[in-house]
Each structure stands twice: as structure tokens, then as C-alpha cells.
Write a protein that binds this ligand. Structure first.
Ligand code: SAM
Length: 266
């Protein structure tokens, strides 16, 4: 008698709506878990490209200032030197927002782990036929071992070091690939540095980063980093850097106004 009733209740549980719902939820969860990283990257690439169209004049002016000395770089490569050209490696190139600031004739090698930037990057690079840009090497700054030692004249990162998983490793890779005397140009958003005047901004940056909300929505971006000390300690022979407020007025960018710009020399 007792055995019969156990079997009956077992059968009814496995055929119950609750059990079917549980299985359905598990299957949905597994599908989402598999698709989420790709969806997140696809959406992030589209999101960033939506800002390319409305070229922000103040931001472009600021970048012009950051790259103002790039024309004074002389290539380590005799062939390129003859052509008065240089080789640049841009890490985390995204849609390719820096072409306008590179000298004509530049040989451009780019690295980015997100394959969904390719179509936007290709569209942008076509607008700059005087820059010889290569296909995106699909990898991270940490793992770009295929770029040879002492092989580039300039490395560029703009709004990338906020996202990298291992900042020390990326800086070591930059030093490795730069030719002696080569330069690293950077422009990064950082944690609010004037906490007396902008304490609220700093608190919001911390909350959004520590809860994981901002990194989840923006491809791992951390609002509360400041890379200056890491750059200064990395082993460059000279570092010139400045913390400042990016001039953008767009409401979306208020949390990323505190910035760091500079040039480091190997
Ligand atoms: C906010 S976007 C900036 C894109 C571009 N540099 C710009 O200024 O518009 C950050 C970029 O860094 C890339 N990225 C993320 N993690 C990276 C890593 N570990 N190494 C290199 N690039 C990375 C992302 O795929 C994305 O293209």
C-alpha cells in the first residue's frame, strides 16, 4: 500500500507543471548563459558606434591636443624612416575613432578581442585611405604575443585600460612591443580625483562598479580605476601625464568626465 502511494506521488511530481516549468527555466538559463557574452559584445559594439556619427567637436579638439606630438616620432624601421612614416599599434581599437589623429602614411596594426567591431571599424578605416590599416587582430592586450618585440614606434590606448583584466600585463606588453624610444599615448577615463568637489560622482562610480551594474552593461568597464601610478611604475623612461576633465557635455558621459591623458616613452 505504502509503496504504491510513493510511486504515485513520484509520478505526479515528475509530470507536474512545476517540474516542467523548472526544466524549462533551467534550459532557458543554459541558453542565455551561452549566448549572453556574445550578445553583450554585439550590443556594446553597436552602442559605441552610435556615438561615432555625432562627432563631438570638443572631444576631437582634446584628442588633437593629446596626439599633437605624434608627428615628431621617427620610425625605428629604416624603410619606414625613408618614407617618413611610422608604425602604430592601437590596442582596443573598437570602431576606430583615432584615424584622424594619425600621420599620413601610418602603418596601423590594431588589436581588439570583440569581433563585432569589425564592420564599424572597416567602414571607418575606408574614410582614411592614407592610413595603411590592417585587419583587427582578435585578441586582448594581455595576450598580444603575436606582435613582435621592439616592433612598433607608437602604442595608443583610448578608453581601454578601464576594461582590461590585467593592467600590469598590458603595460608590460606595451613596453615589450615598443621599439626603444617609442611612445605610448593614452587617454583614459578614471575615478573622480577631486572628491571634495565631486564626492557624489565618486560615490556613484563606486556603487555602479561594485554592484557590477556598469561592468555588466558596458563590457567590463570599471568606473573607479586610476591607471596613473601603474603607468608610472611600469618601467617607461619618461612619463608625462595629466588628470583633467573631458570637455564632453553629453549627459551619458558625466560619470566618465574625470580623465587621464599623457605620453610615456620607452
Ligand atoms: C570603450 S571601448 C573604446 C574603443 C576605442 N578605443 C575608442 O576610443 O573609441 C573599449 C575597447 O577596448 C576593447 N577591450 C576590452 N578588453 C580589452 C583587452 N583586455 N585588451 C584590449 N582591448 C580590450 C573593447 O573590445 C573595446 O573595443
Amino acid at each position: 500500500m505504502g509503496d504504491d502511494s510513493d510511486e504515485t506521488s513520484g509520478e505526479s511530481w515528475f509530470s507536474s507543471t512545476a517540474f516542467k516549468l523548472l526544466v524549462l527555466l533551467c534550459v532557458l538559463f543554459l541558453i542565455l548563459k551561452k549566448l549572453w557574452p556574445d550578445f553583450r559584445r554585439r550590443y556594446f559594439a553597436a552602442f559605441l558606434s552610435s556615438f561615432d556619427e555625432g562627432n563631438d567637436a570638443k572631444k576631437e579638439e582634446m584628442k588633437k591636443d593629446i596626439f599633437s606630438t605624434i608627428n615628431t616620432v621617427t620610425s625605428h624601421d629604416p624603410e619606414l624612416r625613408k618614407q617618413k612614416a611610422i608604425k602604430i599599434l592601437e590596442i582596443g581599437v573598437g570602431t576606430g575613432t583615432n584615424f584622424a589623429h594619425y600621420p599620413d602614411g601610418t602603418r596601423l596594426v590594431v588589436v581588439d578581442p570583440n569581433p563585432h567591431f569589425k564592420s564599424y571599424y572597416d567602414a571607418n578605416r575606408q574614410k582614411f585611405p592614407k592610413i595603411h590599416s590592417e585587419e583587427i587582430i582578435l585578441t586582448t592586450g594581455e595576450k598580444m604575443d603575436m606582435v613582435k618585440d621592439n616592433s612598433v614606434d607608437v602604442v595608443v590606448t583610448t578608453q581601454v585600460l578601464c576594461t582590461v583584466e590585467d593592467l600590469t600585463k598590458v603595460l608590460q606588453q606595451i613596453l615589450r612591443v615598443l621599439a626603444p624610444g617609442g611612445r605610448f599615448y593614452f587617454f583614459e577615463h578614471i575615478a573622480e580625483f577631486d572628491t571634495e568637489r565631486h564626492g557624489t560622482r565618486r560615490k556613484i562610480q563606486e556603487i555602479l562598479t561594485w554592484t557590477g551594474i556598469w561592468p555588466l552593461l558596458l563590457d567590463g568597464c570599471m568606473l573607479n580605476r586610476d591607471m596613473l601610478t601603474d603607468i608610472q611604475k611600469a618601467g617607461f623612461s619618461k612619463v608625462q601625464a595629466q588628470r583633467f576633465y573631458s570637455p564632453t557635455d553629453h549627459i551619458v558621459f558625466q560619470l566618465v568626465k574625470p580623465s587621464l591623458k599623457g605620453v610615456a616613452e620607452k
